[in-house]
Ligand binder design. Structure first.
Ligand code: ZN
Length: 391
């Protein structure tokens, strides 16, 4: 698995005024609890008989540990596989009604239809580019599950793909069909799609809404031709916004978002369905932004050069505990080989002057000797001048 590290300067900005035109975001926040407002008004809470406990949707076990409360509902952390999810929940029929409800269609109309053109340009084309980098076919057959107004389908169609979208929101589908897109207002199981008939299936911002995300992921996998790819977007529960804002982070929305993934728990879900995890990318800030920098002994970090290279204004060295959590190794034995995750590696240019370099081997007194060229190849390292001679 490879987690590409994106420099801050590589992020495309989002124009909030065009993405959330008028007062549409304030409206969304005001209507956030629309499915339960009437219940809470009458009963002061959600009556227990409307809710049912739910086992972990990844591992199926019932070992919940309380995580937080919000909007009269509860998030728990699975004591077995660490997934954060909502329990108890309403039954599946309730959620189908929520997404077909007038209130939700109004939300999508305000947020989705008014910003459709912007979404095609900003998100549709970006997602298309992501998929193109991983697909062999020039004109893939593509299904977007939970397509909303079809802003990704439109970018795909315009690039010559055979693109189909499905969604349970009739207003969004009607709008997209009006733009000549092949959109259908059906559930995945009722779509009548031939098994093994698509090169790509996407679930952009969908899995977090589902009672049974594993079942939907398997259904998508069945639609893939050999070598086909499922593309997923989910909010990141380990993101900086959640760590800074806690339960107030905007995507913690338990009436609609039932599952909360991290890079680790989404990988777990994917593998349990028999799929191979090819790549994970995190957008924006995450608590997991680390980079391993290899500098020859006897030289010291040139912090300004490293900051400039990474395009960040702040960098720090983790303390011993944090370094162990991040790499799996005690301080003085840390090595990129066999680290808990394949953190990006920067090799100081000064090291490439040597015929052979020795780097830590994961234990005290263990060194690995290899040429700088082999080191760069094995770790996909970037070579950058980030040290200066010690005074
Ligand atoms: Zn679990």
């Amino acid at each position: 698995m490879n987690i590409p590290y994106r420099r801050f300067t590589e992020y495309q900005p989002v124009d909030i005024a065009r993405l959330r035109p008028g007062g549409s975001y304030a409206q969304l926040i005001a209507k956030r609890t629309h499915p339960i407002d009437e219940l809470v008004r009458v009963h002061g809470r959600i009556p227990e008989d409307l809710l049912r406990p739910r086992p972990c949707p990844t591992c199926g076990r019932s070992t919940p540990i309380h995580e937080l409360d919000k909007d009269h509902m509860q998030l728990v952390r699975c004591g077995t596989c660490d997934l954060v999810y909502v329990t108890p929940t309403f039954d599946e029929g309730h959620y189908l009604e929520v997404y077909a409800s007038q209130e939700y269609q109004d939300i999508v109309r305000d947020l989705g239809i008014k910003s459709h053109d912007y979404r095609v340009e900003r998100f549709g084309k970006e997602r298309l580019g992501l998929m193109q980098r991983h697909l062999a076919e020039a004109r893939p057959r593509y299904l977007d599950v939970g397509c909303s107004t079809g802003f990704v389908v439109e970018a795909a169609r315009d690039a010559g793909w055979e693109a189909i979208g499905i969604d349970l929101n009739p207003s969004a589908i009607e709008f997209g069909r009006g733009r000549g897109l092949d959109l259908r207002s059906v559930a995945l199981d009722d779509g009548g799609f031939e098994p093994a008939s698509f090169d790509a299936v996407s679930l952009f911002d969908v899995l977090e809404h589902l009672i049974d995300p594993a079942g939907t992921l398997r259904a998508c996998a069945r639609l893939l031709r050999p070598g086909g790819i499922v593309f997923l977007y989910v909010p990141n529960y380990d993101s900086a916004s959640r760590l800074l804002m806690g339960r107030d982070a905007h995507f913690i929305w338990p009436t609609h978002h039932l599952n909360y993934y991290t890079p680790s728990t989404i990988g777990d879900l994917v593998r349990r369905q028999g799929l191979t995890l090819e790549v994970i990318v995190t957008e924006g800030l995450t608590k997991d932004d680390y980079v391993l920098v290899l500098v020859p002994a006897g030289r010291r970090f040139d912090w300004p050069k490293l900051r400039a290279h990474l395009g960040v204004s702040r960098l720090s060295l983790p303390d011993a505990d944090e370094a162990r959590d991040v790499t799996g190794y005690e301080r003085y034995t840390i090595t990129p080989f066999g680290s808990t995750r394949p953190w990006p590696v920067i090799l100081d240019a000064a090291a490439t002057d040597e015929p052979v370099v020795a780097i830590g081997g994961g234990g005290f007194g263990i060194n690995v000797h290899l040429t700088p060229a082999d080191l760069v190849r094995a770790l996909d390292a970037e070579v950058v001048q980030v040290s200066e001679a010690e005074a």
